[in-house]
Design a binder for this molecule. Sequence first.
Ligand code: FES
Length: 109
Amino acid sequence: MSRWVDVGPLAALKFSPGAPVKIEDTWLAVFRIGERLVAIDNTCPHASAPLCDGTVLHGKVVCYLHCWEFDLLTGACDVGTEWNVRSYAVRTVDDHVEIEWPGATVKPS
Ligand code: FES
């Protein structure tokens, strides 16, 4: 079961062009598409470059190491579906960014 995870205030995210955020042990990259926020896995499946540091063109991020492209809405890779990254729903609540995280564990208090 998924849940929404607060990754901090929108103003605190460092977009360049993507903003890296970490949930549990996974790094994600949050991007802006106009006014909309989207998130995909940050680690390129080819050779692990951070996708947040790529170039955004036409709704895709181009990895800076070998130029593979990933759709920012779906995570689809132009090289082949076996290289797709995960995409995540993003929302803002009271200026905080929340990401729908699948299977997030709730730590006991
Ligand atoms: S590391 Fe991203 S395309 Fe090679």
